[in-house]
Ligand binder design. Sequence first.
Ligand SMILES: [Zn+2]
Length: 63
Amino acid sequence: MGDDVSPEAARDPVCQMPVDPALYAFSAVHQGQTYQFCSLTCQQLFEEDPERYLPRQQGGTPR
Ligand SMILES: [Zn+2]
C-alpha cells in the first residue's frame, strides 16, 4: 500500500523500475539531469532516444 520508495531512489525511465543508485551503476546524463537504469540495456535504449522516455515537461507549455 502506498509508495515506500525513499526520496533518494531513482526510477528507471525506460522500464519504470525503481533503481537504487547505490546498487546500480548504469546512468546517463541528459540535459543536465542524471538518469539511473536497472541495466545496460535500458541505459542504451535511453541514450538512443532520450526524448522518448522522458516524462512530460512540467509547466504545461508543450511545443
Ligand atoms: Zn530498466
